[in-house]
Design a binder for this molecule. Structure first.
Ligand code: TRP
Length: 338
């Protein structure tokens, strides 16, 4: 029998599910999980949430919402391993072990940390590390532990996460070099079309930028969000470029080829921005409606979600337990009896 490839991805539970989560992680990962030659590990990165927020209710509610989102979008818990990061304590244990062989210099180069430092520099703060927690600083190591704990081969992520996968590879190689070949060296899978969906202001759609389009709000809220998308001041009738249009770039992720061709022509013919937004609304509303109905039902069944995640944790522990034992053994943490 050919060994199945392990595909693994997670979503940080620090906000309400948005279009970027759907296009960048949820839908591609569910599609990949239907392939019989892969074994999928999909999880709620709830310990990552603490890096972004100190609000316990935000972390808690977001975990429930993101779980319901995966399930509403078609994740089949029988076909994949679907779990909460916090139910697998081995991940945190591994994160410590990895941190002991990761050089501080590597972490100094991480984008999230560097961005926070440059913000402090630009605001002329005396302390370049002002407001930066060790959680933020160590974030790439926790992510490496998420990935290496299940010996993932492929990690589908948005292009902003590419550096973290490269760091994970470096860390895994270093571990294997010192302690023997234990970890698989993972590869990032970046889908350029859907991996970087723009947000309301044209930057990457992200909770951190507060520019997201939530997916499971009602129709009117969806319309309101879309109306907030930034455009330039070109008047109706004036031909518009599709390349730098946020409206077009979001449309492209969810449309068929024919719909996209037609939309391009309408841009060339000078469609008005309000009409373009209204077309985007129609497309998204139609695409999201079936998911929205399932989401409402699923999120009201909290006990059911809890039991799905508990079963997922049992499955995940079947992989993480033997692997953490090998890791402990390799680093010299072992019983005196053997
Ligand atoms: N850091 C990822 C994000 O913010 C979420 C994440 C955490 C993740 N651990 C992971 C993604 C492991 C892939 C693999 O999008």
């Amino acid at each position: 029998m050919v060994e199945k490839k392990i595909v693994l991805t997670g979503i940080t539970t620090s906000g309400t599910p948005h279009l970027g989560n759907l296009a960048g992680a949820v839908l591609p990962a569910i599609k990949a999980s239907e392939n019989k030659t892969v074994s999928s590990f999909l999880f709620l990165a709830d310990y990552h949430s603490l890096i972004k927020t100190l609000d316990p209710s935000l972390t808690h509610i977001s975990s429930l919402e993101i779980a319901a989102c995966w399930l509403a979008c078609g994740l089949d818990p029988k076909k994949v391993t679907f779990y909460r990061q916090s139910d697998i304590p081995h991940i945190l244990e591994l994160a410590w072990i990895l941190s002991c062989l990761t050089s501080k210099g590597l972490m100094n180069r991480a984008h999230a940390y560097k961005d926070a430092v440059s913000f402090n520099l630009s605001s002329k703060s005396e302390d370049i590390d002002k407001g930066i927690t060790m959680g933020l600083y160590n974030y790439p190591i926790l992510m490496a532990a998420d990935i290496l704990m299940f010996n993932a081969d492929i990690v589908p992520v948005g292009s902003d996460q590419k550096q973290h996968i490269e760091m994970t590879r470096d860390i895994a190689k270093r571990f294997n070099h010192y302690y023997g070949e234990i970890f698989t060296i993972p590869k990032a899978q970046i889908d350029n079309d859907s991996g970087m969906i723009p947000g309301l202001d044209g930057r990457k759609m992200s909770k951190s930028y507060k520019n997201v389009i939530p997916v499971f709000k009602n129709k009117d809220d969806l319309r309101k969000s879309i109306m907030k998308i930034k455009t330039n001041s070109l008047k109706p009738g004036v031909p518009k470029s599709t390349d730098d249009s946020t409206i077009f770039n979001i449309y492209k992720v969810f449309s068929t080829d024919d719909q996209l061709d037609e939309f391009s022509k309408e841009f060339a013919d000078g469609i008005s921005w309000s009409e373009a937004k209204s077309k985007l609304f129609d497309l998204l509303n139609e695409t999201l409606n079936p998911f929205r109905i399932d989401y409402e039902r699923i999120i009201s069944e909290k006990k059911e979600i809890e039991s799905i995640l508990n079963e997922g944790a049992i499955k995940a522990l079947e992989t993480s337990s033997p692997l953490i034992n090998r890791v402990r053994e390799a680093v010299g943490i072992r019983s005196f009896n053997s």
